[in-house]
Ligand binder design. Structure first.
Ligand code: SF4
Length: 362
């Protein structure tokens, strides 16, 4: 345990020091936010549809990257009604590049629920929002506090980082129990305007209290009360100990091309990884050119030429794909696949990012 003259920080950040710090963060944070908040399109109003779509998009992607997706999404699907009616193909196309396609499907499922079961009215409380498909505690808290002024927390990775650092907590923030404890502590000191507080602490995490050694402590309104800053622990906090073992797979990906320059695509199964998405044909393991040729010829293909394209890697949540890509020129297209022109491949088929390295125009 390290001590200072003013307060005590324990290894788990649970001591009197943690309480002392948390009860002091609201005032400087809100004053800083008033002056430093970014103008973001989903902040121009407190429309729950806008906040919801932006929060789902922001779950894995940074603000700068989300801007163009958000603008296109809202322009095409301006409200819950239009989202509930959109086709799967169009929805996935709008989501293409953001990854985690189940999130897009859950958005539509939730929109259908709101239209069908709530008379088109957006749920207004944390307890009703959390029942929507794809809406977890963080998103429900964000919508309820920002749009409907409910006094609830919204704790995402950014908020956890700030809270762990200011309290000097060395607990593993990847553990659900630790996250819950941090939420409980923050809830105790939420000001009346919880929505603005939640936005402010998220903003601080996104723009100032950055991960690793990138924190801009010199610009931070919490510098004077932050335990991590005081004791030089900023790069070490938050502690994130992963307990899950990642699975690794090798795949051979084929850019099957016919004499008209069209590319073969196929739909993945409706359940599991990248469910229902289009993909380039691919096989388990790393195959040699000879093995690719004999597999295709056994299925009746006339193979003209095979050229190695490149190696690529794609990282999913619990899985890594290591891929070798080959372009295979074939004489006559098989009906086993759909055949897409370069323009259709670009504009019509929502191919997962994993396959993009093998497509010439991407
Ligand atoms: S002083 Fe540094 S470590 Fe502490 S909250 Fe601010 S940016 Fe984060």
């Amino acid at each position: 345990m390290r001590k200072s003259a003013e307060y005590h920080i324990q290894e788990d950040g649970s001591g009197a020091g943690a309480v002392f710090v948390l009860q002091k963060i609201a005032a400087p944070l809100l004053a800083w936010y008033e002056l430093n908040r970014r103008e973001l399109p989903w902040r121009t109003d407190q429309d729950p549809y806008h906040v919801w779509v932006s929060e789902i998009m922001l779950q894995q992607t940074r603000v700068e990257a989300v801007m163009k997706y958000y603008a296109r999404f809202i322009e095409t699907l301006p409200d819950v009604q239009s989202l509930s009616e959109v086709s799967e193909e169009k929805l996935l196309k709008l989501w293409e590049g953001l990854g985690y396609y189940s999130r897009a499907r859950n958005l539509r499922k939730a929109a259908e629920f709101i239209v069908r079961d709530c008379g088109g009215q957006f749920p207004r409380t944390f307890s009703s929002l959390i029942k929507l498909p794809g809406v977890g505690e963080y998103t429900a808290g964000a919508i309820a506090s920002i749009c409907f002024h409910e006094k609830v927390t919204a704790v995402d990775g950014n908020v956890l980082r700030v809270a762990a650092r200011v309290t000097g907590s060395r607990e593993n923030v990847l553990l659900p129990t630790v996250r819950k404890r941090m939420e409980t502590r923050l809830r105790e000191f939420l000001p009346d305007d919880a929505g603005t507080f939640n936005e402010a602490i998220m903003e601080l995490g996104e723009t100032v209290c950055l991960p690793g050694g990138a924190a801009k402590c010199g610009e931070c309104p919490l510098r004077d009360i932050c335990a991590a800053f005081r004791y030089g622990l900023t790069p070490e906090i938050p502690v994130r100990v992963k307990q899950m073992k990642r699975r690794q797979e090798q795949r051979t990906v084929l850019l099957l091309t016919d004499e008209k320059g069209r590319t073969a695509v196929e739909k993945r199964p409706s359940k599991g990884l990248l469910a229902g998405m289009y993909q380039l044909p691919n096989f388990d393991g790393f195959l040699t050119e000879r093995e690719i040729r004999s597999r295709l010829e056994a299925d009746g293909w006339k193979v003209m030429e095979i050229t190695f394209l490149k190696d690529a890697k794609h990282v999913f949540t619990h899985l890594d794909w290591f891929m070798k890509g080959f372009q295979v020129w074939v004489a006559a297209p098989s009906e086993m696949y759909e055949w897409a022109t370069p323009a259709q491949l670009r504009d019509q088929y929502a191919l997962p990012t994993a396959f993009k390295p093998f497509i010439p125009s991407c």
